[in-house]
Design a protein around this ligand. Structure first.
Ligand SMILES: NC(=O)c1ccc[n+]([C@@H]2O[C@H](COP(=O)([O-])OP(=O)(O)OC[C@H]3O[C@@H](n4cnc5c(N)ncnc54)[C@H](OP(=O)(O)O)[C@@H]3O)[C@@H](O)[C@H]2O)c1
Length: 130
């Protein structure tokens, strides 16, 4: 289920919108997760599919550059949505995460870390071999 939605779903939606995106020289924003970088052991299917979605995102970025389509990866940390309503741990507000994603797109950041938890990983990721 996670793989169908997080990997094949992302690929299918991209393919469907690609002609329009190329014409408008638009942008794709793939909402991944910090789990794409560091797996969360209690949700292995989610972690594996987000890591695969990161790989897909990096390939899309290279493959679609020629068509003028930018591809952003968003490494979202814990956010207060329906998905994890029952878990009691610190979460960013959806509004602040959404705002940070739009700011990242506007500033042409390829990799966006939209909350305080994800930002702790940003420097390590940006200085790594990826
Ligand atoms: N919340 C977090 O802590 C967190 C952290 C990292 C990454 N993310 C990522 O952020 C994204 C959004 O998650 P969320 O927290 O907003 O989750 P959510 O509260 O569970 O909302 C998921 C949304 O996706 C829609 N959806 C699910 N399957 C779909 C499908 N097959 N086709 C079309 N729409 C579908 C749902 O629509 P319906 O309501 O109509 O079912 C719902 O609006 C996900 O990719 C998630 O992995 C979230």
């Amino acid at each position: 289920m996670s793989t169908r939605r997080n990997v094949f779903g992302v690929h299918g939606v991209t393919q469907a919108f690609l002609p329009l995106l190329a014409r408008s020289r638009g942008a794709i924003v793939n909402n991944l997760s910090t789990a794409a970088l560091v797996p969360i052991p209690i949700v292995p299917a989610c972690s594996m599919s987000k890591a695969a979605a990161l790989s897909l995102t990096q390939s899309q970025r290279m493959l679609l550059a020629d068509q003028g389509v930018r591809v952003h990866a968003v490494f979202t940390g814990p956010t207060d949505t329906d998905m994890n309503r029952e878990f009691d741990f610190p979460k960013a507000s959806p509004e602040s995460v959404a705002r940070a994603i739009f700011d990242g797109v506007e500033n042409q950041e390829e990799d966006i870390f939209p909350d305080s938890m994800s930002q702790t990983m940003a420097a390590g990721w940006r200085s790594g071999p990826g």
